[in-house]
Design a protein around this ligand. Structure first.
Ligand code: URA
Length: 200
């Protein structure tokens, strides 16, 4: 697929998400003048980051990881010499859940297919999951046998998988926001991010 075709297909996804009245989070979005958060970065990225759901800053601007968790992500990327513009950053849930609560199964079911399409358009070689919800979704999607294990067991491990477009690796990371509340996790995150240097 050419870059132009990728960009056009991603635009279709964006338009569908803007009009997604059937989403359980659509009325909350409308009532608060929030935007859906589609994703941002290179449409030819080798590394795709998949977070959980937009927070307030993200829903206000339509940009993923632009608040406090985004600052942690930016610092982690800078620490391994990766420019945010060369990766693609998105979430499994495209609209902000009320009070930033955990995503519900019906929300994951609603938005998951959009993430699936983003993966098939961008064709990343590495899917870096941020947090347990995107970890579980992606590991199950690619039938990784360890999918049901906890993030404390799986973070920083490299799982080979087969995407429709070729072989990929999935690397689970703790969610950057978790490191804001639990500073001990920042060391794990820094150590785990070092793996990404091998996949640029
Ligand atoms: N947390 C997420 O999981 N995603 C964002 O975009 C922002 C915060």
């Amino acid at each position: 697929m050419t870059l132009k075709e990728k960009t056009e297909k991603l635009r279709v996804i964006k338009n569908e998400l803007f009009a997604l009245e059937k989403s359980p989070l659509f009325s909350f979005r409308q009532a608060n003048n929030f935007f859906p958060v589609i994703g941002e970065g290179s449409h030819e990225a080798k590394i795709m980051f998949v977070g959980e759901a937009p927070g307030r800053n993200e829903a206000k601007t339509g940009r993923p990881f632009c608040g406090a968790a985004g600052k942690v992500l930016d610092d982690l990327l800078a620490g391994v010499g990766i420019n945010r513009a060369e990766v693609y950053v998105t979430n499994i849930i495209k609209d902000r859940p009320p009070q930033n609560r955990d995503p519900l199964p019906e929300e994951i079911a609603c938005y998951g297919p959009f993430l699936d399409r983003q993966i098939e358009i961008i064709e990343p070689r590495v899917i870096a999951t941020l947090g347990r919800f995107s970890m579980r979704y992606i590991l199950e999607k690619f039938a990784v046998p360890e999918a049901l294990k906890s993030i404390s067991e799986l973070h920083g491990k490299i799982f080979s998988a087969q995407a429709p477009y070729g072989p990929i690796v999935v690397i689970p990371f703790y969610h950057p926001a978790a490191a804001i509340y639990n500073r001990a996790l920042i060391d794990d995150l820094k150590k785990d991010f070092a793996i990404l240097k091998n996949y640029r």
